[in-house]
Design a binder for this molecule. Structure first.
Ligand code: NZQ
Ligand code: ZN
Length: 390
């Protein structure tokens, strides 16, 4: 194993009714001014807004609202939120939403306390910020990303067309009520869950020691995600499945699987740049790219794909070579994506611009090429993979 330091900053309050039970106590630990941040209004339709504002009012907080955080949050929105957090002297930022709201607030919390442009510092100069951010709490309404329990934030700079991960502090607390996810559109539930599956796979396909616990847990997270997604295909409102998926999403991205090893995450890099150009849904973009990516690296990743074939897709190894098992693992993944009704081609993604070969060339050329996975791609290979997804 590689050397590591592991420390866990987020206190998690999990379960139905968790906000009403725990938020009153949590709020006493913070000062009077709260910046309540949310997205495009789903929390006003499903009653979560009324519940949370009621709890804030009962706790005697002065609340300033920051609204309209979009899916794939932009750098411009971060700057707007940071300005508001400054002017309202926020003692706590309470992010109520999915990965987009939480990520946007992670960077708002840091940008609000410094005049240094954090995008320029991190993404252009590649330096880590040295700031003490405003405390952040998350009330999760959409699971999948794992954003509530990690210190990364994915932000899109619309000017430079880069969607990238920024350093951030993880939320100090996260309220995870699976029932809050019941109002999500079906496609978002499934694409969020697919994101979790992707995170476990992307971690597993990094370099690791033989017989290590991280691979075992990653395979278990994949199995559990697939089983619970299939339960949702039978009954989309199955609260037990929603609960399991909410926790597996945290398990996959709270860092515990990543210690002492490298990770792959090249598929995420490709999706992020596709998202930068098209504004496509993250989980749906991953669903399209993953099979093509694994077909491309099938030989390099054969031992791990073969193990995944057995552990996740229940493929009998008898009379099959490692290469057969690896190819069948990719086929099983592609079949599962189709079974879930997730997009399988780029043309099925929502995109703000037509997805042409010329656009894919720009996407491919701007993708970050990582070194922790089974094969280090070239930009031409990324283009080939994307073209296969047309
Ligand atoms: O805008 P609102 O009203 O919140 O509506 C959202 C949005 O339209 C809606 N929604 C959320 N909760 C709902 C609901 N609708 C009805 N009922 C509810 N309870 O769902 C839509 C999608 O929300 P979003 O937050 O964008 O989804 P998700 O949680 O999948 O987050 C995606 C973002 O997270 C990033 C992605 O790249 C993308 O920008 N990621 C963050 C990661 C991290 N920080 O660890 C890792 C991931 O790999 C990922 O890159
Ligand atoms: Zn993801």
């Amino acid at each position: 194993m590689e050397s590591f330091v592991y420390s866990y900053p987020t206190k998690v309050y999990f379960g139905q009714g968790a906000a009403a039970v725990h938020l009153p106590g949590i709020l006493t630990e913070y000062g009077p001014h709260v910046l309540l941040a949310y997205g495009g209004g789903s929390i006003q339709k499903n009653g979560i807004y009324d519940e949370i504002t009621g709890l804030l009012q009962a706790a005697g907080k002065t609340v300033t609202e920051f609204t309209g955080i979009m899916p794939n949050p932009t750098w411009a929105k971060v700057k707007e939120g940071a300005q508001l957090a400054r002017t309202c002297h926020a003692d706590l930022i309470l992010a109520v939403g999915g990965g987009s709201v939480i990520d946007c607030c992670k960077i708002i919390a840091a940008q609000a306390v410094t005049d240094v442009d954090l995008w320029d510092l991190e993404m252009v100069q590649h330096k880590a910020p040295a700031v003490k951010p405003i405390p952040l709490g998350a009330v999760v309404t959409a699971s999948g990303t794992g954003a509530k329990m990690n210190g990364g934030a994915v932000i899109t700079n619309e000017e430079s067309k880069i969607k990238g991960g920024m350093f951030a502090s993880a939320p100090q607390f996260a309220v995870l009520d699976p029932a809050y996810t019941l109002s999500l559109p079906r496609m978002q539930v499934l694409s969020g869950a697919f994101d979790t599956l992707s995170h476990a796979m992307e971690t597993y396909f990094g370099h690791s020691d033989r017989d290590n616990v991280s691979d075992e847990v990653a395979l278990a997270v994949m199995r559990s995600t697939v089983v619970n997604m299939r339960a949702l295909l039978r009954d989309i409102n199955d609260l037990t499945a929603r609960s399991n998926l909410m926790w597996t999403s945290a398990m996959a991205e709270n860092g515990i699987l990543k210690v002492g090893r490298t990770t792959d995450f090249e598929c995420h890099q490709i999706e992020h740049q596709l998202g930068a150009y098209t504004d496509c849904n993250h989980g749906q973009g991953l669903a399209v790219i993953h099979p093509a990516y694994y077909r491309h690296i099938c030989k390099d990743a054969a031992p791990k794909l073969a193990r995944m074939a057995q552990a996740v897709w229940n493929i009998d190894p008898a009379d099959r070579s490692e290469a057969d098992l690896a190819a069948e693992a990719v086929d099983a993944l592609a079949a599962f994506i189709a079974e879930c009704g997730l997009p399988t081609k780029l043309s099925q993604l929502r995109s703000k611009t037509p997805i042409t070969s010329a656009l894919l060339r720009q996407v491919a050329d701007s993708v970050n090429l990582l070194t922790g996975g089974p094969r280090i791609l070239t930009h031409d290979e990324v283009y080939e993979i994307l073209t296969e997804c047309l």
